[in-house]
Unconditional design. Structure first.
Length: 156
């Protein structure tokens, strides 16, 4: 499925979630975050598996998958989950930097956690990747909420 089709599917799912469910804004945001988190985690795992199919070493495959996922996550969370509107490049840069600092932390946990689970504990690559994604989703929510809700131009 081409990337543009996948993106529009994500947009439609998030729009449906927003328009069909009548909840408090905080609950809406959390549900939208969970859906976006599942979508980005699925994208992460799918791209990881694609790189494995291309015979890329699992460590490098994981790194590429994580980088692509971070870019997707920023756009999805800014636009759909937190509906953050920035009026200038300075505010956008602050959000981007804050988002990526949090993602660097969880990215390091994801990257080195997979190596530890596979190399030290001899756990399967894919199962370890899936388990780590649950932890990463929870931590990323905490960091994203701090970044986007502290932006003065965020709609609440």
């Amino acid at each position: 499925m081409p990337m543009k089709v996948r993106y529009s599917l994500v947009v439609r799912i998030l729009s449906m979630l927003e328009s069909e469910i009548i909840l408090t804004s905080q609950k809406k945001r959390f549900i939208a975050y969970l859906l976006a988190g599942v979508i980005t985690a699925a994208f992460n795992v799918a791209s990881f598996n694609l790189f494995l199919l291309l015979s890329v070493d699992y460590r490098i495959a994981n790194l590429f998958a994580m980088l692509l996922t971070k870019l997707l996550a920023f756009v999805v969370h800014k636009k759909f989950t937190f509906k953050s509107k920035t009026k200038n490049i300075k505010n956008l840069s602050k959000e981007f930097a804050g988002f990526f600092i949090g993602r660097i932390f969880t990215g390091l946990l994801d990257y080195f956690g997979l190596i530890v689970l596979v190399e030290i504990f001899s756990l399967p690559q894919k199962g370890s990747k899936y388990g780590l994604q649950v932890i990463v989703i929870i931590l990323n929510y905490i960091f994203a909420r701090l970044v986007f809700t502290n932006t003065p131009t965020t709609k609440r």
